[in-house]
Design a binder for this molecule. Structure first.
Ligand code: ZN
Length: 419
């Protein structure tokens, strides 16, 4: 993957999430068409200044600070990331990447705390000069709460923001646009919120069983609803479904719903299919850019295809964005997801068939919300006669639902206890 060269992965924790995620996701629900895009010719950091040169006009720059590790980020809209970066002064490393089709992100890794004290564009709008100076740790952390600073080029040399448009006819992206799903359960916002995502839907049936033609989208919806009823019985959690009808949602909308609702847990329900009719049992997946095995990788590729209709990708994230998302993913989110995956398998084993090697990793788009612990539950194989009987039956669905609901209860009880 090419972008690794520009986006050095850092195994460090990242805590200052709110601001960053707002920036990260604000552009994702829509596909942007760049009007004019200046490419970054060079980012040069030295003592006292960071100078960014573009080969054409850009729309604006947004500057903000991030802690642990200490960084300064600059999002330039109307710009494309380049390759040429020079570190210097308090900046130990410069990274460039594409946040979305219209926005380049520059990250300055700081060797020591530093603050941006000002910034201006040149008269032709093609050079942005930021004044940067070393600062004490407390002064740096003071800038964290201050949010973002926007710097615009002179009006006559400003790239027009791209027009927002839908890639395919508008009704498809109904998920987030039409408002968030209703929350069921006690009206107490302090109770944890779980978002259950019934995989596929609408024009996308998912896997279709060779035994009686059962469709994955119907099975997942039935299971999601069963999970909701099981959880509501406990009175201790709130629940929302990304969809409770037969409708299509792109993968990014699914996790975006969970993020917007500030969900504590996101569970995407699926059912697999395989060439081998003997393959059976459930598997829990969590996010990793490196798949745990070939099968997991192929499955992720198949599930990620839900975004593609008639060759048109409805999703907002391209390969670069995906990589940045992973780069910024909190280790903690991943740890919580992995813990929940183990718990779910433990709770599911007495109730249903589970595969050996049942916790696997792959790069599922639907799991890429960096701040929401997320798992994908492949509940079994529609290509297996016994599995499909189980998953399509009310009894089987209830067993799956009970497993999920039990795991959720234990999960939140543990988290409460550890506080
Ligand atoms: Zn699926």
């Amino acid at each position: 993957m090419v972008q690794r060269k520009f986006w050095t992965r850092r195994p460090t924790k990242m805590h200052n999430k709110t601001m960053l995620f707002a920036a990260l996701f604000s552009a994702l629900p829509f596909t942007m068409l760049p009007a004019f895009a200046g490419t970054i010719r060079q980012v040069a950091a030295s003592d006292g200044a960071v100078v960014i040169q573009f080969d054409d006009v850009v729309s604006k720059a947004t500057v903000f600070a991030l802690a642990r590790p200490d960084r300064i980020a600059i999002d330039v809209s109307g710009a494309t990331a380049g390759l040429n970066s020079l570190a210097g002064g308090p900046v130990s490393n410069v990274r460039q990447g594409q946040l979305d089709s219209n926005t380049a992100r520059i990250v300055l890794d700081l060797a020591q705390p530093a603050v941006v004290t000002g910034g201006t564009f040149s008269e032709d709008g093609k050079i942005l000069r930021l004044s940067v100076r070393s600062a004490g740790a407390s002064e740096f952390s003071g800038t964290l709460g201050r949010g973002k600073t926007e710097i615009a080029p002179p009006l006559a040399f400003r790239a027009e923001p791209p027009k927002r448009r839908y890639e395919v006819s508008a009704p498809i992206r109904t998920g987030v646009a039409k408002g968030l799903p209703t929350v069921s359960g006690p009206a107490d916002s302090k109770l944890p919120l779980v978002v259950i995502d019934a995989g596929h839907g609408g024009h996308d049936p998912g896997a279709i069983s060779p035994h009686g033609g059962k469709r994955e989208k119907d099975v997942t919806l039935a299971i999601a609803k069963a999970v909701r009823s099981e959880m509501l019985k406990t009175g201790r959690v709130r629940v929302a479904l990304t969809r409770d009808t037969d409708k299509f949602l792109v993968l990014e909308d699914r996790f975006e719903i969970a993020r917007k609702m500030k969900a504590d847990l996101f569970i995407s329900i699926h059912a697999d299919s395989a060439e081998n009719p003997e393959a059976n049992g459930g598997t829990v997946y969590t996010l990793s850019e490196v798949a745990s095995d070939r099968q997991a990788q192929r499955l992720a590729a198949r599930e990620n295809k839900a975004n593609i209709i008639n060759g048109v990708n409805l999703g907002g994230a391209d390969a670069n964005v995906s990589s940045i998302l992973i780069d910024l993913t909190q280790r903690e989110t991943m740890n919580v997801s992995a813990d929940f995956a183990k718990l779910l398998l433990r709770e599911a084993k007495p109730n249903m068939r589970i595969r050996t090697n049942s916790h696997r990793f792959a790069s599922f788009i639907v799991l890429k919300a960096p701040d929401t612990p997320s798992i994908l539950f492949e509940t079994g194989y529609l290509s297996n006669a016994d599995d499909v009987d189980f998953l399509a039956s009310v009894e089987g669905q209830q067993k799956v639902a009970r497993s999920v609901a039990n795991a959720i209860q234990v999960h939140f009880a543990r988290r409460l206890a550890s506080r």
